[in-house]
Design a protein around this ligand. Sequence first.
Ligand code: F6P
Length: 543
Amino acid sequence: MIDYLMMTCLTQTPAWRALIAHRDAMTDVSIRDLFARDAGRAARFSLEAAGLFVDFSKHPITEETRDRLVALAQATEVEVRRDAMFAGERINRTENRPVLHVALRDRSGKPRWVDGTDVTTQVAAVLDKMRRFSNAVREGAWRGHTGLPITDIVNIGIGGSDLGPNMVCEALKPYAHERLSMHFVSNVDGADIAEVLNRVEPETTLFVVSSKTFTTRETLVNARTARAWLLASGAAESAVEKHFVAVSTHADAVAAFGIDPANMFEFWDWVGGRYSLWSAIGLPIALMAGMDAFEALLGGAYAMDRHFAEAPLACNLPVLLALIGIWHQNFRGTTSQLIAPYDNRLHRLPAYLQQLDMESNGKPVTLDGQRVGYATGPVIWGEPGTNGQHAFFQLLHQGTATIPADMIVCMRPHHRHAEHHDILVANCFAQSEALMNGWCNADAPHRNFDGNRPTTTICLDTLDPASLGALIALYEHKVFVQGVVWGINSFDQWGVEFGKRLAVVIEAQLAAPDAEQSHDGSTNQLIDRYKARRRRLTHVSTR
Ligand code: F6P
């Protein structure tokens, strides 16, 4: 059992102080110089595991940097805490829960006990139910209330109950069932569901209502609208069971909503929302790409789990990705991290990683309740290349801030347009080279590029379920390691809960004509303006 109260202030540790001194000694060392001095640098700062090849060499780091960062990881007990997570200890202390998304993709079949229950058996049973159901929908055996096969699947969920399955379904489109179209509704903005309902037919649409808690306002409002739309088409109440299934940890709330618990796919409170795509929350993936593809995704993540659990820290992909991030964030003063997938099918990856990283590590206090005296989670952002090059890469090359970038690229595309792929890959490699080398033009300062801008290049052979699983698990464990080094709880999200509470208060005030409002002047003014004007504005669309 870990004793969290034993933690000393991170910035006072010898490992941290040694990194400060090392950073000062490295101030004038450029990445370009490091390559000029060392022909074997690229190979020595690259690693391959679980089907991913990662080149870390274009960072301002030496072997001494790596060793000192690894010493920091050791001093903060990364290995002990990693093992505690895999062992199912209650490392999510503010919610008193284990953190066991790794159990969802453990292909070893070994029993794993949580509160006297073997979760391996529970997980296998739900996977089996997902297989039977997804096969039935894909084969056309599961039909809508008029006997027609399902053609459209609408996932209704938000945050972790949307971003993961949405991102993976986009990434794995080449594996999609030809009859099934996938749609994702997350926003409570009526425009989101209106657009989807305009594209689908009640008789052939299956709604998957995904919510860990089954209390999330956005999801329940959207699900109610979807049910009303089905009934308004003339379907009887009995049709609901053919068109609605749920994914949740709360059978009672699912039943109260009106979905038969027999049509519910269960998961458990030891699965964090943003770590849940491996659970039944991944049902849309299984429906779209088939259960074999979903299990291959789990297999890729499991391969990364084994690597993370077993490889020494100095040659451990998630550990190095995390430590290099800490090097930039805490010792070189960066505040954001770009995710640049050179793969259009990964266009939802930056949004997915925003929740994974920022909801996990956007935290101000340590596990023992002390305010942190150092930066924690960076801002995560991004867009696919080459589009990003024609938008924000100017700032990467010549802006005053240094922004580390992860470039993600596949060796083989799924399409036949080989020339396009060569151009795409050439751009990816050219950008990381240009960002590192810069260009000196003393006569024209506006054409001077300082260079020394760091990038990590992550290579997949092809964007298939297994390599995607490994990629996602790589980032999950990176976030975990950073949280451990910073001494924070990466598995709660009290900031989000706070915002939710305030919205409920204002929602009630918008509904009541004479509600008393005791907000600040600005918020009161905005509420008054909205109430006075909302019904006066005309709709431009009747849909
Ligand atoms: O955004 C906050 C959050 O609590 C996330 O952590 C979670 O993924 C999301 O809301 C959705 O929650 P639920 O699955 O319970 O509807």
